[in-house]
Ligand binder design. Structure first.
Ligand code: GDP
Ligand code: IMO
Ligand code: MG
Length: 424
């Protein structure tokens, strides 16, 4: 049994795409278990920069199969575009890509509903994620397998579009959607993806039986988890490691490694609490040097200091066996570096991450430990010995505070810009 999980430990965009791409040669299968095209996973080699939204980040590694599991919500239009983009790079996905027939579809009415409901209050990516998961839980969703049966699909979509049109027109005074158009398009899309559609849970069970190595790729981050994140400013799925079992249909005891990805600072896109957020020149430095603009929506990311309290919470939530620190290079040139080791509010000092209504009612303030910065440009460094003492101190402090060993340190967006650390 050998499943490794890669999970974002913060609010997403930690560099999961780069890490999964680098680790892929060690695996037979890379599988996405939740989220949808709200994800934007960037992979860069040479002059090519590719952002994946639905396809697993193992897609650029020869011989690696890619699975989109039942826990993912799929906008089939976006998926077909993405498959075509990748095929234009000369990558053939036939016999390599497997899409769960049990994954739920994101349909145009999900995006229409999101626009008038949660999009602005939460600051969502407007990809229809919340409404699609709502339909799944309400048992009114349409699953990928249903796209392959045109007569059945036509009936189901007719009923669903009628229901949604009532809400759109009567509640929100918006124009109704054309059911026929959606049906025609999705019958065609169903045909286009049919060769990839299968029962991915049975496929993964067989893979486990034959001791294949599986990498489960998380989207978003633990602090955006529907249960354990800063609700309601979260996504509608379970990015944390708990989501792997229900999102792929594999047993918990198949998981033997959980890799947490953390930036050397914090970012967040959209609304919601962010205790260490910076509004000064340092925030501008992180956004500018780190190119912190959304890979999916292009929105500027909110930036702040590393929050060790939140990171330790993520470690406990996911059972990280190792950490990967990304974007350490972005801190170069800062005179001092703050790391948050506790919070305080009017009632005193707090040592646990707060992700409930209290964080909004009684705002917390971060307490910082101040570390010395470094001048040396470490962009692209590949050996630990090339890092200045101050950077090593930061890495050690992260390990000590969380109790989790750091296995890799990323110093640039390219595949090769990575330091491997010896882990006992
Ligand atoms: P993901 O959603 O977790 O896969 O992360 P994103 O792709 O949304 O955002 C990470 C961004 O940082 C991308 O633009 C990456 O190319 C870039 N990146 C990843 N690692 C590093 C690093 O170590 N240093 C720098 N400067 N950029 C990095
Ligand atoms: P990756 O996989 C960063 C955020 C949105 C919003 C909230 C809810 O690239 O790390 P949604 O559209 O999911 O309903 O939006 O979650 N969000 C992300 N932030 N990275 C992501 O994915 C995100 N996916 C969603 O900005 O605050
Ligand atoms: Mg991203």
């Amino acid at each position: 049994m050998a499943v490794t999980v890669v999970v974002g430990s913060q609010w997403g965009d930690e560099g999961k795409g780069k890490v999964v791409d680098i680790l892929s040669p060690e695996f037979d299968i890379v599988a996405r278990y939740q989220g949808g095209a709200n994800a934007g996973h960037t992979i860069k080699w040479g002059d090519t920069t590719h952002v994946l939204h639905l396809l697993p980040s193992g897609v650029f590694t020869d011989g690696v199969d890619c699975v989109i599991g039942n826990g993912v919500v799929i906008d089939v239009r976006a998926l077909v575009d993405e498959i075509q983009d990748v095929q234009q790079l000369g990558i053939d996905l036939s016999g390599r890509l497997w899409i769960s027939e049990h994954a739920h579809c994101i349909l145009p009415y999900h995006q229409a509903i999101e626009k008038v409901e949660a999009a602005e209050t939460i600051g969502t990516t407007k990809r229809g994620i919340g409404p699609a998961y709502t339909d799944k839980i309400a048992r009114t969703g349409i699953r990928i397998g249903e796209l392959l049966y045109p007569r059945h699909l036509s009936q189901r979509l007719n009923d669903e579009v009628k229901r949604v049109n009532t809400v759109l027109s009567r509640v929100y005074g918006r124009p109704e959607l054309d059911a026929e158009e959606i049906i025609d398009e999705h019958v065609k899309l169903g045909k286009t993806i049919s060769e990839y559609v299968t029962n991915t849970t049975h496929y993964l069970h067989d893979a486990l039986k034959y001791d294949k190595q599986i990498l489960a790729e998380g989207a978003q981050g633990s602090l955006l988890d529907i249960d354990f994140g800063t609700y309601p400013f979260v996504t509608s799925s379970s990015p944390s490691a708990g989501g792997v079992c229900t999102g792929l249909g594999i047993p918990p005891n198949a998981i033997n490694r959980v890799i947490g990805i953390t930036k050397a600072y914090c970012t967040r896109v959209g609304r919601g609490p962010f205790p260490t957020e910076l509004f000064d020149g340092v925030g501008d430095h992180l956004r500018g040097v780190g190119a912190e603009f959304g890979a999916t929506t292009g929105r500027p990311r909110r930036c702040g200091w590393l929050d060790l309290v939140a990171l330790r919470y993520s470690c406990r939530l996911n059972g990280f066996t190792e950490l990967v620190i990304t974007k350490l290079d972005v801190l170069s040139g800062l005179e001092s570096i703050n790391i948050c080791h506790a919070y305080e509010n009017d009632s005193g000092t707090l040592s646990a991450f707060i992700y409930d209504i209290n964080a909004m009612i009684d705002p917390i303030r971060p307490r910082y430990e101040v570390l010395q910065g470094w001048d040396k440009d470490i962009f692209g460094c590949k050996h630990i010995d090339d890092l200045p003492r101050e950077a090593k101190t930061l890495i050690n402090r992260i390990q000590k505070f969380t109790g989790v060993p750091v296995r890799l340190v990323s110093t640039g967006p390219e595949r090769t810009q990575m330091i491997t650390l010896a882990v006992d």
